[in-house]
Design a protein around this ligand. Structure first.
Ligand SMILES: C[S@@+](CC[C@H](N)C(=O)[O-])C[C@H]1O[C@@H](n2cnc3c(N)ncnc32)[C@H](O)[C@@H]1O
Length: 235
């Protein structure tokens, strides 16, 4: 039944008149909400904020401020990468596309929980220098190593396999990087790629490959709308 606004108001008023304690309770509740407003849903709980020191928060903000090309992942995606590196118990992580080191710092914080290491590869020489400096300022030089050069040339020079790969280079190269890195991903390891939602049209071959490959368990999540694919290698 549709009740008009005025009818509804009259009904509520007469209800409260008949039950004065209910009206008093309602007024008290309104006052409580006014004095103690509910926290906003997007606000980080104090415990989550405390894990990042004020100095590190300032550094992360500073990296974002000078990132005029908006290359760095969002803070939500960074936090997500940190948790994923930690929960997957990653030990040998690789990032392609460091830019100024913003995502590398978040992954490095996750690896601090696992005793793991990250190698991050950056093509642009001045960005690679910036990334190395930011990693140093973040106190993560013992965990994160920045390698300057083209991933297609530098990664074949690296020894061993990886259990965590984060791909954030040029989008049209995603499928080539997947083909290059899947044989070097451990069974149970995860391959993550950024911008799979907002730039998905630039990587149809990659999206098709991660979703059709029977050796991969893939999910796409959107902590902040740009989209991250997570593919676990089954065997
Ligand atoms: C979107 S930005 C990376 C942002 C970074 N992951 C972050 O969140 O802070 C992409 C970077 O990938 C680098 N890049 C692109 N192709 C590359 C390649 N083949 N090898 C290494 N770096 C590459 C670019 O120079 C650029 O700095």
């Amino acid at each position: 039944m549709v009740v008009s606004d005025s009818n509804e108001l009259i009904m509520r008023r007469s209800f409260c008149t008949r039950l004065p304690w209910l009206a008093a309770l309602s007024a008290l509740l309104s006052l409580t909400l006014w004095v103690f407003p509910a926290p906003s849903v997007s606000a980080q709980a104090p415990a989550a904020r405390a894990e990042v020191t004020p100095e590190l928060q300032a550094l992360l903000r500073q990296i974002k401020q000078v990132d005029t090309g908006r290359l760095a992942v969002s803070e939500e995606d960074g936090r997500f990468l940190r948790v994923l590196a930690a929960t997957s118990r990653a030990k040998r992580a690789l990032e392609i596309g460091s830019a100024s080191g913003y995502s590398a710092i978040w992954i490095g914080l996750g690896l601090r929980e696992t005793g793991g290491r990250l190698i991050t590869v950056e093509y642009d020489p001045s960005r690679a220098r910036e990334a190395a400096e930011n990693v140093r300022l973040a106190g993560l030089s013992d965990i994160v190593q920045v390698v300057h050069g083209d991933g297609f040339r530098e990664i074949p020079k690296l020894a061993g396999t990886f259990d965590f790969v984060f791909l954030d280079a040029w989008k049209k190269d995603y499928k080539r990087f997947l083909d290059m890195l899947l044989p070097r991903l451990d069974t149970g390891g995860v391959f993550l790629a950024h911008n799979v939602v907002n730039k998905g049209k630039d990587m149809p071959d990659f999206l098709d490959a991660i979703q059709r490959n029977p050796n991969l368990l893939t999910a796409i999540v959107t902590p902040s709308g740009e989209g991250i694919s997570i593919s676990m290698k089954r065997r």
